[in-house]
Ligand binder design. Structure first.
Ligand code: PLP
Length: 393
């Protein structure tokens, strides 16, 4: 470990050197079950043979060209992703991360809205949309924004789930779009209720505003659907994807209706949609399809929630929530960091989503036995932290 890396993340003290399926090894030879799953960015686990082969084949064939030329992997991937939005003629913009996908979405709805006198975007309190200037302004977490303010003033935040507040925000007629995560990941893994999402869609239609679904954490099978918003039977106007898309390589996408799409010179990215990440993403999508990983995410997610509820010591967990394999365990005390550290000692990796939520977003290929190992490790980590901190129900 070196001090040369900016410590923008509060890291756990292990150095990982190798991975296979859901197992990773550190530089001292210890192995761990990876329930962190790169916060959803490793949907096929580690070194999945279809993913590594796709990357090897593509690096041998064609590594990088500029976006001034078409490539087969990019065209194929665009066709696949356009098909995720149930509208004719969807268009895809490729970039390299979630924040960039959301930047594209924000620029796109701003351009459309400004043309009709609608400069504002409504987002949700507690949301997370990225760390760039505009996506940070969109993020509904004041503590993350504070050191950088004033940021752009295009965003108004309303309470998630409060449809009256959303209605009031849209009533002024100056809103270009509503931006939301169907399952709010970083904010603590809070799935939005289908009725709320349907009501937001109806309000957007009524007030001629667009709906952006940030599916960067929730999309591509993670929640048991290609898009988590399908659970509510709602069709957004713009969808953003990243994390799981490249199976571990950096790629993001912003998908929208043809009439909203950017034209030449309006947006761009040197690396966006390069042949190698696109080939990796095609392998991810085909594997999800061929191995029916949407069903697996539903089933294994249900098993994980049940096992945790069954095994966890009474009184330390307030709620186990989530959709598919995006699971949040709400603790009764803000000891998530201590619990995740104790889980690592038990040989299982997980992440925190706030001070009092343990998040698990493992590879979608997870087996039932691995679910059981993870639930047991969480239960014993909870017991150990509870006795160290005099944490009683
Ligand atoms: N949007 C959501 C919902 C996210 O969960 C994240 C990352 O956690 C982002 C946007 C930002 O993605 P990235 O870190 O790839 O820029």
């Amino acid at each position: 470990m070196t001090d040369s890396v900016m410590q923008t993340y509060a890291r756990y003290p292990i150095t990982l050197v190798r991975g296979e399926r859901l197992r990773v090894w550190d530089d001292e030879g210890n192995s761990y079950l990876d329930m962190a799953g790169a916060i959803g960015a490793a949907p096929l686990g580690h070194a999945h043979p279809r993913w590594t082969k796709a990357i090897h084949d593509q690096t041998d064939a064609l590594g990088m060209v500029s976006n001034l030329f078409d490539t087969q992997p990019q065209s194929l991937l665009a066709d696949r992703l356009a098909g995720l939005l149930p509208i004719p003629d969807a268009r895809v913009f490729f970039c390299n991360s979630g924040a960039e996908a959301n930047e594209a979405a924000i620029k796109l709805v701003r351009k459309h809205g400004l043309a009709s006198g609608k400069p504002k975007i409504v987002a949700l309190e507690g949301s997370f949309h990225g760390r760039t200037v505009a996506t940070l302004a969109a993020t509904g977490q004041p503590s993350k924004r504070a050191p950088f303010e004033p940021l752009v003033d295009w965003f108004e935040h309303v309470e998630a789930g409060d449809i009256a507040a959303m209605g009031a925000a849209l009533a002024g007629g100056d809103v270009a779009a509503v931006m939301l995560e169907p399952v709010m990941g970083e904010g603590g893994v809070h799935p939005l209720e289908p009725a709320y999402l349907q009501a937001v869609r109806a309000l957007c239609d009524e007030h001629d505003a667009l709906l952006i679904a940030d599916e960067i954490q929730s999309g591509l099978g993670r929640c048991g659907y290609w898009l988590a918003i399908e659970h509510a039977d709602v069709v957004p106007d713009v969808v953003t994807l990243a994390k799981g898309l490249g199976g571990g390589l950096p790629i993001g996408a912003c998908i929208t209706r043809a009439d909203l799409a950017f034209g030449p010179g309006e947006h761009g990215s040197t690396f966006g949609g390069g042949p190698i990440p696109c080939a990796a993403a095609l392998a991810v999508l085909s594997t999800i399809e061929d191995e029916d990983l949407l069903t697996r995410a539903h089933e294994m997610g249900g098993r994980l929630r049940n096992q945790i509820s069954l095994l966890a010591p009474a009184g330390l967990i307030e709620e186990v929530r989530g959709r598919g394999l995006l699971i949040g365990v709400q603790l009764t005390r803000p000891l998530a960091h201590e619990v995740v550290s104790a889980m690592i000692e038990e040989g299982v990796l997980a992440t925190e989503a706030g001070a009092d939520v343990i998040r698990m977003s493992p590879a979608l290929i997870i087996a039932p036995e691995e679910i059981d190992v993870a639930a047991k490790a969480l239960a014993s980590a909870l017991e150990r932290v509870a006795s160290a901190w005099e944490w009683t129900p």
